[in-house]
Design a protein around this ligand. Structure first.
Ligand code: C5P
Length: 247
């Protein structure tokens, strides 16, 4: 803003990238809701439980969906990464807040992609004041947080739901079990022990499974290229499941 002031070069690049996307995408005019990044569960006012998720995969999906003409809402946990220009961004901190933000944006969406790594448990009684240093040991009681994809599964209707499964063993069996448990249309499984597919990496290698089994394997490549393959698969699902835009 301000006379003669140019917006940041990264935003201009994002806008150009979005302007150069395909004109005939099935995602054109669709509303895509993407969860990204980690969440934080507070133990006391200074300590929290979290994980090193960067949000890079979700942001790459958002940028690619916008290049295909989709309207994108990103619900993102704490990350220093700059979200792509043009997306509606809803910042949240805890898993409960992420679920509430997803529920608030869910009505109008056609596609939900759960690319976040929400923390699965939270302290049962977070301390109101900073916990003082102590000798010896102590234990922390934890309670489960809601699973976002499972929580909206009964509201799904004709929407397409996509999830991720980060696994260290039995990739296919574990991914298929999550696909069924969370009532997903597509799950993107990756082996977190493989070099280059861990948290925060710029690359990923995934196998995608639908209810019919393996649909596509994407060899190690950049997250934007992985996003292209995932959204190609979403477009196939949109044409086979004949989703009508949500009103
Ligand atoms: O069961 P697991 O956490 O491995 O499943 C991963 C998938 O579930 C991801 O798509 C992730 O975004 C989603 N998830 C969720 N709510 C949680 C935990 C995971 O939606 N509390």
């Amino acid at each position: 803003s301000g006379q003669g002031r140019l917006c940041p070069a990264e935003d201009i690049l994002d806008a150009v990238d979005q302007g150069l996307g395909p004109v005939d995408s099935k995602l054109k005019g669709r509303r895509v809701l993407i969860t990204c990044g980690p969440t934080r569960e507070w133990i006391d006012p200074v300590l929290f439980i979290s994980n090193p998720s960067s949000g890079k995969m979700g942001f790459a999906l958002a940028q690619e969906a916008m290049a295909r003409g989709a309207e994108v809402t990103i619900v993102r946990g704490p990350t220093d990464l700059r979200p792509p220009w043009g997306a509606q961004v809803v910042p949240v901190e805890t898993t409960r807040e992420m679920l509430d933000a997803v529920l608030a944006a869910y009505d109008g969406c056609d596609v939900l992609i759960g690319a976040a790594a929400p923390v699965d448990f939270t302290p049962a009684a977070p301390a109101q004041q900073k916990i003082k240093k102590f000798g010896g040991s102590a234990s922390l009681e934890l309670v489960g947080t809601p699973d976002i994809l499972t929580s909206v599964s009964s509201l799904k209707g004709s929407r397409i739901h996509v999830g991720f499964a980060a696994e260290s063993e039995n990739l296919e069996a574990n991914a298929q079990a999550k696909l069924a448990a969370k009532a997903l249309d597509l799950i993107c499984a990756n082996d977190i022990t493989a070099p280059g597919s861990g948290f925060g990496a710029d690359t990923n290698e995934i196998a995608m499974y639908s209810r019919d089994g393996l649909t596509r394997h994407v060899d190690m490549t950049g997250k934007r290229e992985v996003a292209i393959e995932i959204l190609d698969e979403v477009e196939t699902l949109l044409s086979t499941e004949a989703v009508s835009p949500q009103g």
